[in-house]
Design a binder for this molecule. Structure first.
Ligand code: ZN
Length: 283
C-alpha cells in the first residue's frame, strides 16, 4: 500500500516540524506576525517552488505550504471535516504543460509504466489553458481532472483518501453554487465513510470517521443523525498507528474541539431555523 506518505502529510495533518535550531527563528517569526497582524499572513503561508512533472517532465512552478496550517478551529472548511493543506486549492498541483493534476504528495516520480498511462490520459484531455497559472484554474475543475488519474496513482483502492476527496469535492462544488454535484459528492463520501466505520480494522480511527460522517450528515440536512454521530464520537478515543503517543494525544484534543465546534454549529443552525418558524410574539 502506498498510503504512508498521504497519512504523514494529510491524515496526520502534520507538516515536517522545524528542527530545534530553527525554533528560535520560528519564535521570532511568530512574534513578528503578532506585531504585524494580517500584514504578512497571506504571503508567508505559501512559497513558490519548482518541480518536474512526473508525467511529461515539464518544469512546473507550484506553491507549497511554507508553514504548518493555521489552527484548525479557525479554518473555513472545518464544518465539512476538512483541514488544510488538503482543503486548500494551492495543494492540488497541476502541470501547465500536460494538465496532470493531483494532491501535492502525489506529484513525484512515477514508475515508467505509470507515467505512460498518465500521459495517455493527459493526451486524451488536451492541453490546459496556458494563460492561466495552475492555481487560477477553477478548483472544482482541477479536482475533476485529478480524479481521472486516481487509478494510475493507486488511489482508487484507498477508501480513506477517497472519502476525504469526495468530502472536499462536495465542499468545493457548494462554494461554486453547484448544489446537485455537491450533494452527489457528499452522498458518495457518506457511503465510503459508513463502510470505513463498519470495517473492524478501523476501530482506533472511529472517532475521526464519526466526526467526518456527522459533517456529511449536517451538510446533507440530516441534523439529528449528525448530532447522534457526534455524541458517539465524543465518547471515543482516537488511536492511529501512524502517530506516536504525543501525536495521538494531540489529535484527540483537536477532535474534542472539532466535535464540540460542529455540535454548536448545528445547534445554532437549528435554533435559528426554529426562530424563523415561530415569529416572536408581539408584546
Ligand atoms: Zn506535465
Amino acid at each position: 500500500m502506498r498510503i504512508p506518505q498521504y497519512f504523514r502529510s494529510h491524515r496526520s495533518r502534520r507538516l515536517p516540524q522545524p528542527s530545534t535550531s530553527q525554533n528560535g527563528l520560528g519564535i521570532t517569526l511568530f512574534l513578528l506576525l503578532l506585531i504585524l497582524p494580517g500584514l504578512l499572513h497571506a504571503q508567508e503561508k505559501w512559497i513558490a517552488i519548482e518541480k518536474i512533472c512526473p508525467v511529461d517532465g515539464a518544469k512546473c512552478a507550484l506553491l507549497e505550504p511554507a508553514a504548518p496550517p493555521a489552527p484548525v478551529l479557525s479554518q473555513p472548511a472545518r464544518f465539512d471535516a476538512l483541514e488544510e493543506p488538503f482543503a486548500h486549492p494551492n495543494s492540488w498541483f497541476q502541470c501547465r504543460s500536460c494538465g496532470f493534476a493531483c494532491y501535492m504528495t502525489d506529484f513525484k516520480k512515477m514508475e515508467p509504466a505509470q507515467a505512460k498511462k498518465a500521459l495517455a490520459i493527459a493526451s486524451a484531455m488536451g492541453k490546459p489553458d496556458e494563460e492561466r497559472s495552475y492555481n487560477m484554474t477553477k478548483f472544482s475543475e482541477r479536482l475533476e481532472v485529478a480524479q481521472l488519474y486516481f487509478p494510475v496513482l493507486g488511489r482508487t483502492g484507498q477508501p480513506a483518501f477517497l472519502a476525504d476527496f469526495y468530502r472536499l469535492k462536495g465542499y468545493v462544488y457548494e462554494q461554486d453554487n453547484q448544489h446537485d454535484k455537491a450533494r452527489e459528492a457528499r452522498t458518495q463520501a457518506r457511503m465510503i465513510t459508513a463502510d470505513l466505520i463498519k470495517d473492524g480494522k478501523n476501530a482506533g480511527l472511529l472517532r475521526e470517521y464519526l466526526w467526518e460522517l456527522a459533517a456529511l450528515d449536517y451538510r446533507l440536512g440530516d441534523h439529528k443523525t449528525a448530532l447522534e454521530n457526534l455524541e458517539r464520537a465524543a465518547k471515543l478515543r482516537y488511536y492511529s498507528q501512524m502517530l506516536n503517543q504525543q501525536g495521538n494525544e494531540q489529535r484527540n484534543r483537536e477532535l474534542t474541539n472539532l466535535i464540540a465546534d460542529l455540535q454548536q454549529r448545528i445547534e445554532s443552525d437549528d435554533k435559528k431555523a426554529a426562530e424563523q418558524k415561530t415569529p416572536a410574539k408581539n408584546p
